[in-house]
Design a protein. Structure first.
Length: 216
């Protein structure tokens, strides 16, 4: 009888060892929870960075799309003088030149026009000093029927006379060359922009794009 009791007790182990094992397990669990909590902000940051990069690329494509649409309409315009003077606008036109974007930021296109003339675009100041005229603007959904951004972007196009035009009048086209600036603006007024040069070799010839540059 005594032999059987000692044998049975030998398999159970001392109470202290079971308590220590529980403590070790709990500590390991707490460390795992703490590690998970520390990694969550990193994961959220990476997700936000990826989303911003995706929106930046979509903004660039949107700027290029609205620029191509403007070029098609300018090709059909009999005179670019009316465009430079503001008498002829694109079909993409919203009467409100101050727009609230999806995040509540206000896009003031009149102020953007002035800033483009004073500072140009990007680090190079592309287009600085030109007499820019707002030619087209509207939500991206008006340019692309299936807006991949869900209404986050507003697109706009400005036109200016070629700075090499010898007549010195920014409201008249004397050499058949226009400079265009297209931008897509999103949350926090972040934007991507491109500039192009549209050249009409002769009055009876179709205009061609002679330059195309990403400026922001």
């Amino acid at each position: 009888m005594h032999g059987r009791s000692r044998a049975a007790g030998a398999h159970r182990g001392p109470p202290d060892s079971r308590g220590a094992a529980l403590i070790v397990t709990m500590m390991a669990l707490l460390m795992l929870v703490a590690l998970t909590g520390a990694l969550m902000p990193l994961t959220s940051s990476e997700t936000a960075i990826a989303a911003n990069q995706r929106l930046a690329m979509q903004s660039l494509y949107a700027a290029e799309a609205v620029l191509e649409r403007a070029i098609r309409e300018l090709e059909a315009a009999p005179s670019w003088d009316d465009v430079l003077a503001g008498r002829r606008r694109a079909t993409l036109w919203d009467d409100l030149t101050a727009r609230s974007l999806a995040d509540g930021a206000v896009l003031d296109l009149n102020a953007a026009t002035d800033a483009l003339a004073v500072s140009g675009a990007g680090r190079s100041g592309a287009g600085q000093g030109l007499r820019w005229r707002l030619y087209a603007h509207g939500p991206l959904g008006a340019v692309l029927p299936q807006d991949p951004t869900g209404g986050l972007l507003h697109a706009a196009v400005w036109v200016a006379d070629d700075p090499a035009d010898a007549d010195g009048d920014p409201l008249q086209d004397a050499n058949g060359v226009l400079v265009l600036h297209a931008a897509a603006v999103g949350p926090a007024l972040a934007q991507r922009a491109v500039q192009a040069m549209l050249t009409r070799p002769a009055p009876d010839q179709r205009p061609v794009v002679t330059a195309w540059t990403i400026v922001r």
